[in-house]
Design a protein around this ligand. Sequence first.
Ligand code: ADP
Ligand code: MG
Length: 246
Amino acid sequence: QELEKKKLAEIEKKMGEGEPIYSKKRFDECGISPWTVKALSAAGYFLMTRVQEATLSVCLEAGKDALVKAKTGTGKTAAFLLPAIETVLKAASTSTVQRVPPVFVLILCPTRELASQLAAEANALLKYHNGIGVQTLVGGTRFKVDQKRLESEPCQIIVATPGRLLDHVENKSTLSVRLMGLKMLILDESDHLLDLGFRKDVEKIVDCLPRQRQSLLFSATIPKEVRRISQLVLKREHAFIDTVGL
Ligand code: ADP
Ligand code: MG
């Protein structure tokens, strides 16, 4: 508790400098699983950042799609991982046991390095949840090895680079069947995804996903290309969260 107070004091001090990053709300008052709150505390997260608060309220209260713009370093990762985990918990508690267990959340990101960072952060947040797993699918590993891992370990959440995921989808691998149960699609660093020429791949992937899903698009900047892909990925009635305006 002492440590927590000290951390909070540090955060409050930081809030005074420049554009505030943190909101006034704590993770234990935002309605997410107490096991996740415990993991957040273990990671030193107590107060939500503004983008986290805004995204969580749109996702949890309204279940809407969202296009989220916020600067680098403002906590976008947890902003989508927290609703992602809630989605998995809800889906897992309502779905029956199936021969091929569905993948509930798919996160697409531009690079291998980012994919493993996102998976590491997801694992940290899942520390106290049993039986929920996250797997990465990126170029450079053998397809067969991927498939073994997907079959032998829990993976309700997948973090992937578009190229490798498309391989799976186009080869009609077991994964493509498991994706039929998808509840949430997330695009992280959407501007970089498109800069790197992944537009076609993302479009093909989205074409194969269930239409009944929630989609979240994150980006530090919103150039025309991101707007265009957002029209394809998001429902027409989506929230636009811009932390500059908060
Ligand atoms: P972005 O994706 O917006 O660039 P990240 O999600 O990578 O930002 O977060 C930036 C840093 O802030 C990371 O080191 C992360 O661990 C830390 N962080 C994020 N949210 C919080 C929070 N609520 N409390 C404390 N630290 C946080
Ligand atoms: Mg980020």
